[in-house]
Each structure stands twice: as C-alpha cells, then as structure tokens.
Design a protein around this ligand. Structure first.
Ligand code: MN
Length: 306
C-alpha cells in the first residue's frame, strides 16, 4: 500500500523526481490529532502551504537564489492517515517517515506540533533540537492528555530522543509556570523574544546552533513564534513575536546547518488573507535554498582542493 498521497499541488511546483537523489525532501502530515488548546485547522496546513508556495512565477529565496536550477527538491506528498484514532496516525507516520540522510534536508510539513515527536521517534538516534516556538511545549499533560502538542518537548526529553543539553527553545514568550520550572530543572536553554530584541536575531541563532551542534540537529518551527500580526492563522497566536524578516533571516542561517526540519501549526482554516501560509512557504523556500547553496559551495570547495 502506498504510504503517501500525491501532493496537489506539489511544493513550489517541483517536478517529481527520485527521492533518493534529491537535495531536499518535503513530506506532509495533515493532522490535528494532538491539537485542541486553541483553534483547529492544522490538518489543512500542508495543503495551504503548498498552494501558497505556488503563487510566485519563479521559485527563489528572499535573496534571489533560484534553487530548482541548482538542486532538486522532491515532494513526497502527505502521509495517508486514517481519520480515526491517534494510535493509527502514529503507526502510519512511523511506517512512512523517510530516513534522514547526510546532505539531504528532510522537511516535514505539519500538522499540529505533536507530530514532531512521532517524526523524531521514527528517526531514532539522539538529537540536538532547536525548538522555535512561542511556547516551550513542556507541560506534563494538557487536560489529562500527555500526547498533546503542549507536551512535545517534555516527551522527547523523557524518551531520550533529544538531548536536553543540546536543546534550545528560540523565540519563547508565553510559558506556563510549570514549564519555566521544568526548563530550569532540565537545564534546557530558552532564548526569549526580549533577548532576541536586545541581542539581535543573528546572535540568537548563533547561540542556538552552538547549543544544539556537535551531532545531528533537528529544527522544529512552530509558526506561532512569529508576531501574531504576521501569522493570524495559527492555533494559538501570541503577540510580541519575532518579525517575518527575522524569521526569514533565521531560515537563511539554519538552512545549511541542520539535518532535518519541520514547520507546523499553520491552520488552513483560520488564515483570513492566506498570509500565514504565504509566510510559511517563503520561510521554507529560504530554508531549502540556503541548504542547497551551502551544499553547492561545499562541492565547489571540494573540487578546487583536488
Ligand atoms: Mn508548539
């Protein structure tokens, strides 16, 4: 049985290709199975972001780099999910998750943030984690639910899948008291929006990479990190976030440095002008473009050395 449903349309109009020769892989998990702390709609996120990625005439990054000419991006489509039952959703994610391989940026499109946990569990190993989110998602249970998107980081540290000493929350501004206490106890570093305002986005991103580096690094982007005005279509909008410009800068910085990434919590329903999906699409273009540019530069350097 095919594990993916063909994307309609594919991300950034990319042509179908052989996934195992691609520079970047995109795949979606259209579910709300861990949501419920705010508005719903994240299951329509992958489709909304793909549609938004197809509104430009040429596929380029914010700096003008046109990556389809330099590298290949393959969109595998969405994991086929049963409408009922979280256990079945988790099982299907585990069966479909493409392996993370060196040099091929693996990008998952959510879905609510709970899917990040299942993706990392499927990947195996131990990871450094850059968790870009207004909320640190480390309460023990939300309304009795330990698999809620509000508990992701805590479960990942408990299972050993991520190393708390190599984990950093970036763009935090609305933690619960219980979360502040948990972060301190596990010595998980959090860089708040106030610190980003003071030190600048570059220093914040460099610090995040310094914490998470030395080993494989996963970048998880909850769109609610951005200022609520630029992302009205998320489940829990939070005022006071980073600007879209800072978010794009961060994508350009991280694209050549991380092994796998996801972008979650775009609500396909609560996005009146489609601006949340458009911002997300632009962020992904910059992330993937930076990855391909870094790969290009590395191979040119390798050729010169011969
Ligand atoms: Mn989150």
């Amino acid at each position: 049985m095919a594990r993916f449903r063909k994307p309609q349309p594919a991300f950034a109009g990319n042509r179908p290709g052989r996934p195992f020769e691609a520079d970047a892989l995109i795949w979606g998990i259209p579910t709300d199975c861990g949501a419920g702390t705010g508005r719903l709609g994240a299951k329509r996120g992958p489709r909304a972001v793909r549609e938004a990625s197809n509104i430009w005439n040429t596929v380029r990054t914010s700096s003008g780099f046109q990556f389809p000419d330099h590298g290949s991006v393959v969109d595998l489509g969405d994991v086929k999910l049963a409408e009922t039952g979280r256990a079945e959703v988790v099982r299907r994610i585990a069966a479909a998750a493409p392996p993370v391989e060196p040099g091929r940026l693996n990008v998952m499109l959510g879905g609510d943030h709970s899917v990040t946990r299942h993706v990392l569990e499927a990947a195996g190993g131990r990871w450094g984690l850059i968790y870009v989110d207004a909320h640190p998602d480390c309460i023990d249970a939300y309304d009795g639910d330990r698999d809620s998107h509000a508990c992701v980081l805590r479960r990942l540290v408990e299972s050993g899948r991520v190393d708390p000493r190599r984990t950093v929350v970036l763009g935090m501004r609305a933690p619960e008291a219980e979360e502040v206490e948990w972060l301190a106890r596990h010595r998980v570093e959090a860089i708040t929006c106030w610190q980003i305002e003071k030190r600048g986005i570059e220093a914040a991103c460099r610090r995040a990479m310094q914490v998470a580096g030395r080993g494989r690094v996963y970048l998880s982007i909850d769109m609610d990190t951005l200022e609520a005005a630029s992302v009205p279509g998320v489940e829990n909008p939070e005022p006071g976030g980073i600007t879209a410009r800072e978010a794009l800068w961060a994508m350009d910085f991280f694209g050549g440095r991380v092994d796998a990434a996801d972008l979650v919590e775009v609500s396909g329903e609560a996005d009146p002008a489609g601006i949340t999906a458009k911002t997300a699409a632009r962020m992904l273009l910059d992330l993937i473009g930076a990855h391909i540019q870094a790969k290009d530069a590395k191979s040119r350097k390798g050729r010169r050395a011969k």
